[in-house]
Design a binder for this molecule. Structure first.
Ligand code: HEM
Length: 360
């Protein structure tokens, strides 16, 4: 079906039938096989209409948004680990190096701050309103991807693929689904359904084809699919990283230090390996990094997991993370102290360019 021939319906959806009518890729295993073969040949789909799909379910979507608010702290940690893990994927890393916006702690700080601000807009915004901050943010990101896609093709790396989109989708939602216990995430089955639906919709609006959407299935099949992405793509990439990975990873982590000063690059890298189930290669170098890793493990597996402790500490940790997200873009004090005067807050949002609406 040619996507741009679809007419919007009165409820603002595409009127497209639920992609689950197409049974190929229904099991998690099949879906990943499809993503890794067919998805590696198909580019990100900028022609997919920027409309909510017919399978959009407002209630489920909002449940996904509430799940985020209840687990604000743990989901941020999971997302940072996810971003770190996808940096190890060479085809994604190449594009990020090419755009040059995340190779130094200062640029990485700006870039990831921007990612966080956008993501929070999606989690807190009104997706049904085409004029909402949330929808405008998604359109802006689509535009940035369109620009990056053109640069990547021009540099001979080829376009951004559906495979890389699905792997990046994992970066945002995979660890919470696979490692809820290790992270101290509190979730019912319905919460996870909502969370998966949320990322299915975000993926769709950013140009992931419905058949190749990592979040197209139910909780169990999505979990199976995520497990396969982790074992077949991310774990091997983290175990034998390409040479550009360590500097990009430390730029990300040292940049994010200016938002979360308790973050320690080496310890966080080990925490991410722990989420992946990768044995630690060797003892952390400094006493400080060992202490921070132990503290992080304690926070997630004790303070956020034991029932009575979690009742007290979850809201406190959620609030302090919320405060950091709220204050850092406005008053980047630590960034100012670390990077000096040339720090500026996140890029101006939502100025639509004509290229954002066109296919590359
Ligand atoms: C579901 C998948 C994805 C999501 C949710 C997502 C999300 C985002 C967000 C929130 C931003 C804004 C941050 C900023 O501009 O500084 C962004 C920018 C960007 N994304 Fe993605 N992204 C996805 C997939 C990808 C993939 C697969 C690639 C490359 C292979 C990619 C490359 C970029 C680039 C190059 C930018 C512009 C900033 C820069 O140059 O570093 N994204 N994305």
């Amino acid at each position: 079906m040619v996507a741009d021939t679809l007419k919007p319906t009165t409820n603002g959806t595409t009127g497209r039938k639920d992609s689950q009518d197409d049974k190929s890729g229904d099991s998690g295993e099949e879906l990943v096989a499809l993503i890794l073969t067919e998805g590696a040949k198909l580019p990100i789909d900028f022609k997919q209409p920027f409309l909510l799909p017919a399978w959009f379910d407002k209630e489920k979507f909002q449940r996904g948004q509430r799940f985020f608010n209840n687990n604000y702290f743990a989901l941020f940690v999971a997302k940072l680990s996810g971003l770190l893990a996808i940096l190890a994927v060479e085809s994604i890393l190449k594009v990020l190096i090419l755009t040059g916006k995340s190779s130094e702690p200062l640029t990485a700080f700006r870039r990831y701050m921007d990612t966080i601000v956008n993501m929070v807009d999606w989690y807190e915004g009104d997706i049904c309103n085409p004029n909402s901050v949330c929808r405008k943010s998604l359109l802006t990101i689509r535009g940035r991807h369109c620009g990056a896609n053109k640069s990547s093709s021009a540099a001979g790396f080829g376009p951004i693929t559906q495979r890389d989109m699905a792997v990046t989708q994992f970066g945002f939602m995979g660890f919470p689904l696979l490692c809820a216990e290790k992270l101290g995430i509190q979730a019912t089955h319905e919460d996870l359904e909502g969370f998966i639906h949320f990322w299915r919709v975000i993926g769709h609006l950013l140009g992931i084809n419905d058949r190749l959407n990592l979040c197209r299935g139910d909780v169990e099949s999505t979990r199976t699919a995520c497990r396969r992405i982790l074992s077949d793509v991310l774990t091997p990439a983290l175990e034998t990283p390409v040479k550009d990975f360590p500097p990009m990873a430390s730029a990300l982590l040292n940049g994010m230090w200016a938002m979360v000063p308790i973050l320690q690059a080496e310890a966080f890298m080990d925490f991410t390996r722990h989420l992946c189930g990768i044995p630690q290669p060797n003892e952390l170098r400094t006493l400080y990094s060992r202490m921070i890793l132990q503290l992080q493990l304690f926070v997630h597996s004790v303070l956020l997991t034991r029932y009575y402790l979690a009742l007290i500490f979850r809201p406190i940790l959620n609030f302090q993370m919320w405060l950091a997200v709220f204050l850092t873009p406005k008053f980047p004090l630590l960034a100012f102290l670390t990077f000096g005067r040339n720090i500026c807050t996140t890029e101006t949002h939502y100025q639509l360019q004509p290229t954002m609406l066109t296919a590359s």
